[in-house]
Design a protein around this ligand. Structure first.
Ligand code: ZN
Length: 233
C-alpha cells in the first residue's frame, strides 16, 4: 500500500523539479533574448543608411553646383566680355546670370545643411558603436554565467527526474493518478500537512474527527476545503 509519506516525498521532488524547470526556462529566455543588442544593432544600421543617403545627396548636389558655377563664370565672361551690344540681349543675360547666382547661393546653403546632418549622423554612429561594444562585452560575461547556470540546472534536473521516476514507481498507479490530478488542479501541491488542526495548504481548520483520521493513517483523507491529501504534520 502506498504510504502518505511516499506521496509527500514525491511531492517534495516534484516541487523541486518545478522550481528547476522554471529557472531553466528563465535562463533560456534570457539567452535567446539578446534584446538590447538587437535593438542597438538595428538603430546603428539605420544611422549608417541615413549617413549614406546624406552623403550621396551631398555628392549629387556638389556636382550640380560645380556645373552651375561653370555656367555662372561663362555667363560673367559673356556679360563683361564686351561682345554683346544689344541691350535686350544684355538684359536677358544679366537676368540669367542673376538667377544662376541665386541658385548657387541656395545650393551652398543646402550643402552646408547636409554637411551638418552628416556630422550628426557620424557622431550618432560612433556613440552607438561604443554602446554596442560595451553591451557586447557585458553580454558575453552574462552569457557565460547563463550557460554555466544552465549546465548546473540541467544536471540538477536529471538528478531530480531520476529520483522522481524511482519514487513514482513505488506508488500504486491509482494513487499516482490521483496525486498527479491534484497537482495539476491545485497549483502543484497535492499533499498538505495538518498542523494544530489546520490544513497547511489552505489554512482552514479541520474537524477534530478528521484530524484524528489523518493521525491514524489507515486511510487517505482529503481536506474538506481544498481537497488535498492530508498528512499528519
Ligand atoms: Zn486544505
Amino acid at each position: 500500500m502506498t504510504t502518505l509519506k511516499q506521496l509527500y516525498c514525491l511531492q517534495e521532488v516534484d516541487l523541486d523539479l518545478d522550481g528547476v524547470n522554471g529557472r531553466i526556462a528563465e535562463v533560456e529566455r534570457e539567452l535567446e533574448g539578446r534584446l538590447s543588442l538587437d535593438k542597438i544593432e538595428e538603430s546603428l544600421e539605420e544611422a549608417k543608411t541615413r549617413l549614406q543617403e546624406i552623403q550621396s545627396t551631398h555628392r549629387q548636389l556638389q556636382l550640380e553646383t560645380e556645373s552651375q558655377r561653370e555656367r555662372s563664370s561663362h555667363l560673367e565672361t559673356q556679360l563683361y566680355g564686351g561682345d554683346l551690344d544689344n541691350p535686350r540681349d544684355l538684359e536677358a543675360l544679366q537676368l540669367e546670370a542673376n538667377n544662376v547666382r541665386h541658385a548657387l547661393e541656395q545650393m551652398d546653403v543646402r550643402l552646408l545643411e547636409l554637411s551638418l546632418q552628416a556630422e550628426d549622423a557620424r557622431s550618432q554612429i560612433s556613440a552607438q558603436e561604443q554602446q554596442l561594444t560595451d553591451t557586447q562585452s557585458a553580454w558575453e560575461v552574462r552569457q557565460a554565467q547563463l550557460w554555466e547556470q544552465l549546465e548546473e540546472l540541467t544536471d540538477k534536473q536529471e538528478e531530480l527526474k531520476k529520483d522522481r521516476t524511482s519514487l513514482a514507481s513505488d506508488v500504486e498507479p491509482v494513487e499516482l493518478n490521483r496525486y498527479e490530478g491534484l497537482r495539476r488542479s491545485k497549483g502543484g501541491q497535492a499533499v498538505a500537512k495538518v498542523m494544530r488542526g489546520l490544513c497547511q495548504a489552505c489554512r482552514m481548520s479541520l474537524p477534530t474527527q478528521q484530524v484524528q483520521r489523518v493521525r491514524n493513517g489507515r486511510e487517505v483523507v482529503l481536506c474538506n476545503n481544498c481537497g488535498r491529501i492530508l498528512l499528519p504534520g
